[in-house]
Design a protein around this ligand. Structure first.
Ligand code: SF4
Length: 472
């Protein structure tokens, strides 16, 4: 098999891996070749619409494990290929020199044993770093179950390490990925965390100490292959951030690869809107100071498909508003729809000079279309007192109806893509909002409109707004 064929097979096998950002590291090339910048390595769009990082590739897809959701599983009928270390290192350098890529995302199927696979990956990175003097960003996927010494060596060569948690519960893991165990996955995460802490102590004592995974660790979770709720997924993500100090949890909408009685049918579309809501909520955990239990609960375990999690929280917590932008603490400003971490900090700085009105907030970058219903300003000290319908209309997420949530091919015929509100919508929590922000009303969850019956996205939007505002 020639190199081009191998490359086709092994980049195709890697496209389902979404943990591919290169943020978090900064290293000038110096005398070597390449550099790693916080801005990240270059990205491209695969035929299925996913944003991917080049060169994102597997060392091998000849897996001895049989994870039922995976295209590379042992029982899958696909062409197999394995790079030698020299081939993959050479390709990376050639692609870098041609300006195709700025870094490498290296993953692999389990080739024989976890230890053997990790040794091969380490060999690739050693060739890149030591023979080719490649200083570009490298993200390597560690194989759970490999020896701690190998994981440590991999961390000394890569900028970021990740260990895939794969599924949101141990039960789903044992059903769908019987060769993997929660214990091995968490042990690897724990070891990486220990390595990072030890390395930070070493770097404090001796600046020239070698870096261990300078951009930290990440993980990936598959969404929609197993029955866990959004609440379960989000609380797990929050635990991972807390216990293992992960930089990112990546959520990957499940793309059916084969008919299997334990998995959604091959006709099932990837739950991209759900994936999007999880990313939005994840940002709220990491950057806005929200806790998972504030966004969802056992009683309301799934995200509202029509409102983003922050907007949904705002309309469910009217007692928190209005927030006075000239007095409120940073943590309160961050809870206002339309105010992000950057604009909240700008508000804190700007209000030292003068009291802020709507015009100043607009200049600062606040999205007034969303924020105006929830704030007090110098020119509106008692708020705008706008109608409940106007507030809901401003917060409703047009993305819930957009084609962008579909897993489209470039030349797919465009048609209306209305969200499957089914289970998620019908378990979404009531909207306690009446005329003006502040009076709670309760909408029975079962009355959520099924917008799939609507003739157009516009008609569906009106139906949803009517439902949210009239409590029917
Ligand atoms: S270990 Fe499982 S998820 Fe990874 S390549 Fe093998 S079958 Fe796929």
């Amino acid at each position: 098999m020639d190199l081009k064929e191998k490359l086709t097979i092994l980049t195709n096998g890697a496209k389902y891996d979404v943990a591919c950002t290169s943020s978090g590291t900064s290293r000038a090339g110096g005398k070597g070749m390449g550099s790693a910048l916080p801005a990240g390595c270059c990205h491209s769009f695969a035929a299925d619409g996913r944003c991917i990082s080049l060169l994102k590739v597997l060392l091998s897809n000849a897996c001895v494990y049989d994870c039922r959701y995976c295209v590379n599983r042992r029982s899958g009928d696909i062409p197999r290929a394995t790079f030698t270390a020299a081939e993959l290192a050479g390709l990376t350098v050639q692609f870098y020199r041609r300006n195709y890529i700025e870094g490498l995302f290296l993953s692999s199927a389990v080739l024989g044993t976890p230890d053997f696979t990790m040794e091969q990956m380490i060999r690739v990175l050693e060739l890149l770093r030591h023979r080719h003097n490649f200083q570009g960003y490298i993200h390597a996927k560690a194989i759970p179950g490999a020896a701690p010494a190998l994981l440590h060596r991999l961390g000394l060569l890569a900028d970021r390490l990740s260990v895939n948690i794969e599924l949101p519960s141990e039960d789903s893991l044992s059903r769908l990925a019987p060769d993997k165990t929660k214990g091995e996955i968490f042990a690897s995460m724990g070891q990486i965390k220990g390595g990072l802490m030890e390395n930070s102590r070493e770097l404090t004592l001796y600046r020239g100490a070698p870096s261990f995974a300078a951009a930290g660790q990440a993980t990936q979770m598959i969404i929609g292959a197993s029955p866990e709720t959004d609440y379960r997924i989000l609380t797990l993500a929050a635990d991972l951030y807390r216990k293992y100090e992960l930089k990112r949890v990546f959520y990957s909408a499940y793309i059916p690869v084969a008919e299997d009685s334990l998995l959604p049918s091959v006709e099932t579309k990837p739950p991209l809107l759900r994936e999007h809501r999880l990313y939005q909520a994840d940002f709220l955990l990491r950057r806005y100071g929200f806790a998972a239990g504030e966004l969802l609960s056992e009683a309301t375990p799934n995200f509202n498909p029509f409102l983003d999690p922050k907007g949904n929280w705002a309309v469910h917590n009217p007692h928190f508003f209005p927030v006075d932008v000239n007095r409120a603490a940073l943590s309160a400003l961050l809870r206002v729809p339309g105010i992000g971490p950057v604009s909240a900090r700008r508000i804190l700085t700007a209000r030292k000079a003068s009291r802020l009105g709507m015009a100043e907030l607009r200049e600062i970058g606040v999205v007034l279309k969303r924020a105006q219903y929830f704030i007090l300003t110098a020119d509106y000290p008692t708020g705008l007192r706008l109608s409940r319908e106007a507030a809901v209309r401003a917060l409703i997420d047009p993305g819930a109806y957009s084609l962008g949530r579909e897993q489209l091919r470039l030349f797919s015929p465009a048609g209306p893509a209305l969200p499957d509100v089914g289970a998620a919508a019908n378990t979404s929590s009531p909207l306690p909002m009446s005329a003006g922000v502040g009076v709670a009303v309760t909408r029975p969850p079962s009355t959520f409109p099924d917008v799939r019956a609507a003739a157009s996205a516009k008609e569906a939007t009106e139906e949803v707004i009517l439902c949210l505002t009239q409590n029917r």
